[in-house]
Design a protein around this ligand. Structure first.
Ligand code: MRU
Length: 349
């Protein structure tokens, strides 16, 4: 992570991302659950690296990370061009575009960067430091709004959770993937407050294991009962009546309700339909992309083959075997029982 400085962890206040006066603090999600380590990101370039390597991940969190990355760029260029706002803006825009290209599927990233760009195009002052402050305010607003949206998603979502529900979730759509609280796990959190008898199954989420490493860890922090399963166990659980509902997050939702989320989500939706189990998506409105009609238009990130071929320091296949690693898939709207946003439940999307 280049010159990113390591700072002391604070286990009582676990937060994936926050803006500080001298940088951006990230909880290093690559190291969880073995190590709770926070790093300080000092430049837009370091932020790009953190997003690509998934030190910070999850659609809303990478949107926030993009906005905070623009702030880091503004702080640097405001020093270089204190009285030349156009030159400052040009330099920030270069960084903003590079940040926007780090991960293609989650629309939150482009959405957040576009908000930051709008602040620059609306700015009429001639002091770069003032522009910098305006960008900091916008980035913090994106963070604050995300937290509020996740809490509202939790409030609405808990209404669809049956008593003593057995809930299957995939990947990590929790506090770690957002400003805090989470989307799918926000619903779980809110439901657990009123009904502590609920129980979560977390699917491991090969190849990056967000379910195994992050979701189980996050729920364990709050004493929410969770059982880890391998990805290929979901059908059998459903068949045995051990799943009452599936709830997942989203990286991009098209106008017709087709939803991109972590690879493996589509198969869970098909399985849920086959077993007559409700399948919910929880996401803030910043994840909805009204510029595209259907999921066919969603760009799917393909990541490095080594993520499939290697587990920790060992390969799991003969050398030279080609591996395919799409990071997301698209679940057609007709398989989705409802989409829970901060504004309520959208049924039959
Ligand atoms: O590759 P990741 O870990 O960034 O993928 C994350 C997911 O797919 C989440 O389910 C999604 O971003 C929603 S997070 C609230």
């Amino acid at each position: 992570m280049g010159s990113a400085a390591t700072i002391a962890a604070s286990p009582s206040q676990v937060q994936a991302i926050s803006l500080a006066n001298d940088g951006v603090v990230l909880l290093d999600q690559v190291r969880l659950p073995h190590e709770l380590r926070y790093i300080k990101i000092m430049s837009a370039d370091e932020m790009r690296h953190a997003i690509v390597t998934m030190v910070v991940r999850g659609a809303p969190a990478i949107g926030i990370a993009g906005a905070f990355g623009v702030v880091l760029s503004a702080r640097e260029h405001a020093k270089a061009y204190p009285d030349n706002v156009p030159a400052c803006v040009l330099s920030i825009l270069v960084d903003a575009d590079l940040l926007a290209q780090t991960r293609p599927t989650a629309v939150n990233l482009q959405w957040a960067i576009n908000r930051m760009k709008r602040v620059m195009s609306d700015f009429t002052g001639d002091v770069a430091e003032t522009l910098c402050k305006a960008l900091e305010q916008e980035a913090q607003a994106i963070f604050d709004e995300d937290l509020a949206m996740c809490e509202a998603i939790g409030r609405h979502g808990k209404e669809v959770v049956p008593k003593s529900a057995q809930i299957l979730t995939h990947c990590n759509a929790g506090a770690l993937a957002t400003a805090g609280y989470g989307t799918a796990l926000g619903v779980v959190r809110a439901a657990f407050q009123v009904d502590p008898t609920i129980h979560v199954y977390a699917s491991e989420t090969r190849p990056r294991l967000q379910g195994a490493r992050l979701t189980t860890w996050e729920l364990q922090q709050e004493g929410i009962p969770v059982t880890l399963i391998a990805d290929n166990m979901a059908a059998w659980l459903m068949k045995q009546g051990q799943v009452d509902m599936v709830i997942v997050g989203a990286d991009r939702i098209a106008k017709n309700g087709d939803t991109a989320n972590k690879i493996g989500t589509y198969s869970l939706a098909l399985l849920a339909r086959a077993h007559n189990i409700p399948f919910y998506v929880a996401a803030p409105s910043s994840t909805i992309d009204l510029s595209i009609e259907t999921g066919d238009e969603i760009p799917i990130e393909t990541r490095h083959a080594d993520e499939v071929a290697w587990i920790h320091d060992e390969t799991i296949c003969p050398e030279g075997i080609p591996c395919y690693n799409p990071a997301f898939d698209v679940t057609p709207a007709e398989l989705i029982t409802g989409i829970i946003t901060e504004n309520g439940l959208i049924k039959t999307p």
